[in-house]
Design a protein around this ligand. Structure first.
Ligand SMILES: C[S@@+](CC[C@H](N)C(=O)[O-])C[C@H]1O[C@@H](n2cnc3c(N)ncnc32)[C@H](O)[C@@H]1O
Length: 274
């Protein structure tokens, strides 16, 4: 891991999405300003904690499906978040110890924690890169990407709970295409994305809280999320609310509480590049 941000690079004067998400997940790696904004979201939408947990569970399931059914051994995970166990590499490497993962985030705090907490299996490799999704060339040209990933072999591009932080003016569809263009046939796009489809009134308030705390937020409806998969072959069940994207049989057997779509409010999907 070579990018070495310092704690002094971390802006604690305003809330940050990674640290707010850490609060939703019950973590302790956030500051008062993050807690204040995240608590406001939790007041208007108490389900946010459930949503965050279901988003992680979805990421775990997708990772297992990609290893077992699609032979994926490499990930480019953008918008990684503060490490929360089990992390993507732990799920992938538990099934395929040789798996290689490059984690990318634009928050120096995420990188600081990742460099301290994330450890690869001896057979696999992990690198962490401080970079912005909106600068795909910086990501693709990062030395860590070249050192860890073999771009002649399929790569899973993982954008979980990231693209709702990218506004239309920033052209997320164009940026995504630039990233996918660099990956070979058989590569995969996997993502989750916040939506107001099931509870527009609450989401209007949530979006306002994010904007007021300095973070632009763009919820997208199902058609807009499905557009991210244009030109890719969607894996069954297609774009689905994440808790209903191939739930584990064991989860139902354990009597896990049935969630409503409004409680989750995240579309997810997996598409394969032809
Ligand atoms: C809600 S967290 C999601 C974490 C993890 N992917 C997950 O789904 O559990 C969003 C992450 O995206 C990062 N992020 C937001 N905008 C970004 C951007 N433009 N470039 C890179 N990372 C970004 C934030 O710093 C944060 O760590």
């Amino acid at each position: 891991m070579t990018s070495s941000p310092e704690m002094r690079d971390v802006d604690t004067s305003k809330a940050h999405s990674a640290r707010m998400y850490d609060y939703y997940l019950g973590g302790t790696n956030h500051f008062a300003v993050d807690e204040e904004a995240a608590a406001k979201v939790a007041r208007v939408w108490p389900a946010v904690m459930t949503c965050a947990q279901e988003n992680r569970a979805y990421m775990h399931r997708v990772t297992r499906v990609l290893v077992r059914e699609h032979g994926i051994r490499q990930w480019l995970d953008i918008g990684t978040g503060i490490p929360t166990e089990p992390n993507l590499h732990q799920v992938a490497q538990s099934l395929a110890p040789e798996a290689r993962i490059v984690y990318v985030d634009h928050d120096p705090l995420v990188l600081t924690y990742a460099q301290t907490l994330v450890r690869s299996t001896p057979e696999g490799r992990i690198a962490c890169v401080l970079a912005d999704f909106n600068d795909p060339e910086a990501i693709l040209n990062a030395p860590e990407v070249e050192q860890v990933l073999d771009l002649s072999e399929p790569v899973a591009l993982s954008l979980n709970a990231l693209l709702h932080f990218v506004t239309d003016a920033q052209d997320p569809y164009g940026t995504l295409n630039q990233l996918l263009d660099a990956l070979p046939s058989g590569s995969v796009l996997t993502l989750s994305h916040s939506t107001a489809d099931f509870d527009p009134a609450t989401w209007e308030k949530i979006v306002q809280i994010y904007y007021a705390s300095g973070t632009p937020f763009r919820v997208r409806d199902k058609d807009e999320v499905t557009r991210f998969f244009d030109g890719l072959d969607l894996v069954e069940p297609g774009v689905e609310v994440v808790h209903r994207w191939r739930p584990d049989a064991g989860e139902a057997a354990e009597g896990r509480k049935e969630r409503t779509d409004a409680e989750i409010s995240l579309w997810g999907g997996v598409g394969i590049k032809r």
